[in-house]
Design a protein around this ligand. Structure first.
Ligand SMILES: Cc1cc2nc3c(=O)[nH]c(=O)nc-3n(C[C@H](O)[C@H](O)[C@H](O)COP(=O)(O)OP(=O)(O)OC[C@H]3O[C@@H](n4cnc5c(N)ncnc54)[C@H](O)[C@@H]3O)c2cc1C
Length: 366
């Protein structure tokens, strides 16, 4: 019998397990994946996420992999460019873009070092219930054995298609269908100035440096174009990059090193993230379009909040439901709203509306 059982060992699950183990709890962390492994998701980590890595003592591990910091943001909306640096929330903390093979592996290792029992290659097939209370899991190991485990609380850190959320029928609210699709790949020989963001009609392009001297380039387009876009991924990604000539020149002299990854399955929703014997963190509780590159940072924040709440509940300082409740209102207090029109690029072109609001501000401040 474990105090806490965490399903899913990436950005939400490993830190949750690590933080609880550091408080002395007996924690089991399972994932059907083995690590290090890639995931078809980008990895620009915003300063508040990096601040948490630093607080947990893991930023040095990221730096040790040679992953460069990303101090500058260059936001090109066509007619003009905004250049700045991300606000530093904690001393010298800036953004980083560690590969998922690097980041997720560091998080799993940190959980194991904290005393978490980690089982990789373990697929959860069933969430065990006693009435309306979650009591444990049944799953299958890599060698095919079926295993049952019990815990005081089961945390679903198992992504947007969470088996925990499905089993408890966690209510979903503020849902918006997928509005975009996103694809990315890695290039060598494409130097970038921090993160470069290009907004173009019906398109957005991101380019930022990552491990192994590679540059991650990602593009998003409306989900209605998903089938036609993926029918010629390379051609359509290059056509999109051509909308940003200064980046396109560099891409022409560089070399794509890996296959394209991405998804058109990018719905927007919140789920009620707690109930008897269960809680949800990360994408399992709150999924949104990756346009704002906020998912990893939100997952880290969830890990801290759910740890505080579970600690209060398990230690008896508060009843578990009342400990989880205030922490959970609004799905661990998401820090960005879903902004469907902006993401879908369906409103008036952003540059025009930005230009208009700039000239209005300039006029009124004179
Ligand atoms: C194309 C794309 C680009 C993105 N770009 C960014 C970005 O630049 N910056 C950013 O911050 N966010 C980005 N995001 C969002 C970000 O990747 C996610 O918000 C984040 O990965 C969520 O982490 P998680 O741990 O909650 O879930 P996941 O990363 O989905 O991890 C869930 C884990 O649970 C495991 N699992 C699931 N079901 C089971 C089961 N039944 N049994 C055992 N294990 C199970 C899976 O194997 C997986 O390892 C992007 C997303 C996409 C799709």
């Amino acid at each position: 019998m474990y105090d806490v059982l965490v399903v899913g060992a990436r950005c939400a699950g490993s830190p949750t397990a690590m933080l609880l183990a550091r408080l002395g709890y007996r924690v089991l962390l399972v994932d059907r994946a083995t690590f290090p492994s890639d995931a078809p998701r980008c990895h620009f980590v915003q300063p508040p996420g990096v601040a948490r890595l630093k607080r947990w003592g893991l930023l040095e591990n990221i730096k040790a992999t040679g992953c460069p910091s990303i101090p500058a943001v260059r936001f090109d909306v066509g007619p003009f460019v905004l250049v700045g640096s991300s606000p530093s929330t904690d001393g010298d903390v800036r953004s980083y873009g560690p590969r998922r093979t690097v980041l997720d592996n560091i998080l799993v290792d940190a959980a194991a070092r904290a005393g978490v029992e980690v089982r990789e290659g373990f697929g959860v097939q069933e969430i065990l219930m006693d009435g309306d209370r979650v009591t444990g899991i049944r799953g299958r190991t890599l060698d095919g054995a079926t295993v049952t485990e019990q815990a005081g609380i089961v945390v679903g850190a198992d992504g947007m298609h969470s088996i925990v959320a499905r089993t408890v029928q966690a209510p979903t609210y503020q849902t918006k269908p997928a509005l975009t699709c996103a694809y990315f790949a890695y290039w060598s020989g494409v130097p970038v100035e921090g993160i470069e963001i290009y907004e173009r009609p019906q398109r957005v392009i991101f380019a930022f440096p990552t491990n192994d001297d590679l540059t991650c380039i990602a593009v998003e387009c409306p989900v209605q174009e998903f089938q036609t876009f993926r029918a010629d991924l390379e051609g359509n990604v290059l056509k999109t990059i051509a909308l940003a000539p200064s980046l396109a020149e560099r891409v022409q002299t560089g070399r794509r090193e890996e296959r394209f990854m991405g998804s058109g399955d990018l719905p927007n929703f919140y789920r009620k993230p707690y109930g008897p014997g269960w809680a949800l963190v990360g994408d399992a509780g709150y999924h949104k379009d990756p346009y704002l590159a906020q998912g990893i940072t939100d997952a880290f924040r969830d890990a801290e909040l759910v740890t505080e709440a579970i600690d209060a509940g398990l230690s008896g300082r508060r009843g578990m439901a009342s400990a989880l409740g205030p922490r959970c209102s609004g799905s661990w207090v998401p820090c960005v709203e879903i902004r469907p029109r902006r993401i879908a690029f369906s409103g008036p072109w952003q540059a025009q509306s930005l230009s208009r609001s700039f000239s209005r501000q300039n006029t009124s401040s004179r």
